[in-house]
Design a protein around this ligand. Structure first.
Ligand code: AHG
Ligand code: MN
Ligand code: MN
Length: 338
């Protein structure tokens, strides 16, 4: 239980003291992300009133129809961060190519990957959606950022986090020193610390996946899901199915209550042989959070954090959540699919 009012900015400064080499630059970048999150939260919460619901009528690089709020969130995060002086390059789901810092603005030492609005198919149904972000340290030579700065494995992330726009707006982040959660108090416009050093239950009783894809799954995945529907010896009842269809919302619930989320490869999408979710701005940041909270994240066999990305919008199967559950799934894949 937290007994004092700690804003996310204050928490970041306290964290900074733990890492003497940390400069204020990182904390200000995270504060800028929090501000962008507040702006998007305000629009999400009144989307129905300002006619930014619905489709823009065009598709993004993923070939998916873009919701106005997707576009709006992308604009907010890019416009407020690309000139912050803290980043050298920015990769977002909504843009085919990474965004460089405009001429005349300071180039910083972090590369930012962002899914500006995750779960956008749920926007019109007023279901929780979110923003996911990852922060890598610049490693490329020279002043300007390059793809080398964001095509790094997840274990090298400097920080990761998400903002979930639900019944309340929450921000969750880690710099590798615990996972910390903040709730936005709209009356004062501050994210206030609500859970410090969140730990994911080692074993859950919730599984989260789109069972509509069942017949397209591998043998191992089918056998695993079938197994979950038998009696769970540890609790004498089967697992419970919960699927919101917004990765951030499904992940956040499992972080707090325990459980496993699965978006495995499915043969329904020959265009997406590596599954649907994207490595850089969905799987990697959430994997850093999951592992830091005592959970796990794999593509079926390999740890997500060990995968070296090859291109910006690279897709990856994602199985993430409580360690016991994820490792059990991995054992099914090893047994039936290899
Ligand atoms: P996004 O809105 O950023 O494209 O992400 C949507 C993703 C993810 O949020 C969710 O887990 C998944 O799509 C749901 O996919 P299905 O509708 O195929 O189940
Ligand atoms: Mn997404
Ligand atoms: Mn998105």
């Amino acid at each position: 239980m937290v007994h004092r009012l700690v804003t996310v900015e204050r928490h970041l400064m306290d964290q900074e003291r733990l890492f003497p080499e940390a400069t204020g630059e990182f904390s200000s970048l995270m504060s800028d992300i929090a501000i962008a999150g507040k702006v998007v939260s305000r629009e999400v919460n009144k989307a129905g009133l300002v006619e930014i619901l619905g489709l823009t009528g065009y598709e993004n690089v993923q070939g998916e129809s873009v919701q106005k709020l997707d576009e709006y969130a992308d604009q907010v995060f890019v416009q407020s961060l690309i000139r912050s002086g803290h980043i050298c390059i920015m990769a977002t789901e909504e843009r085919e190519y990474a965004v460089h810092v405009p001429e005349g603005f300071k180039i910083g030492k972090y590369a930012l990957t962002v899914d500006p609005l995750d779960g956008s198919s749920n926007i019109d149904a007023n279901v929780s959606i979110g923003t996911i972000f990852g922060i890598h340290r610049k490693i490329s030579p020279g002043i300007d950022g390059s793809e080398e700065d964001y095509l790094q494995p997840g274990w090298k992330l400097a920080a990761a986090g998400y903002i979930i726009y639900g019944s309340s707006t929450m921000m969750v982040y880690t710099t590798g020193n615990g996972v910390h959660a903040f709730t936005l108090d709209p009356s004062i416009g501050e994210f206030l610390l609500c859970n410090e050093d969140v730990k994911m239950p080692v074993k859950g009783r919730i599984y989260s996946c789109n069972e509509g894809n069942y017949r397209f799954w591998s043998e191992g995945t089918k056998k695993y899901i079938d197994y979950l529907k038998e009696m769970d010896p540890a609790s004498d009842r089967p697992y419970t199915a919960r699927y919101i269809g917004s990765l951030v919302a499904d992940f956040h619930r499992n972080l707090l209550f325990g459980g496993i989320f699965l978006y495995p490869v499915d043969k329904k999408n020959p265009r997406k042989p590596r599954g649907k979710l994207r490595l850089l701005y969905e799987a990697q940041p959430l994997a850093m959070i999951a592992v830091e909270a005592g959970g796990a994240a794999i593509d079926g066999l390999v740890d997500i954090l060990d995968i070296v990305p090859e291109e910006l919008h690279q897709r990856v199967p994602l199985i993430i959540g409580s360690k016991y559950d994820v490792e059990l799934y991995r054992s099914f894949i090893k047994k039936y699919d290899t």
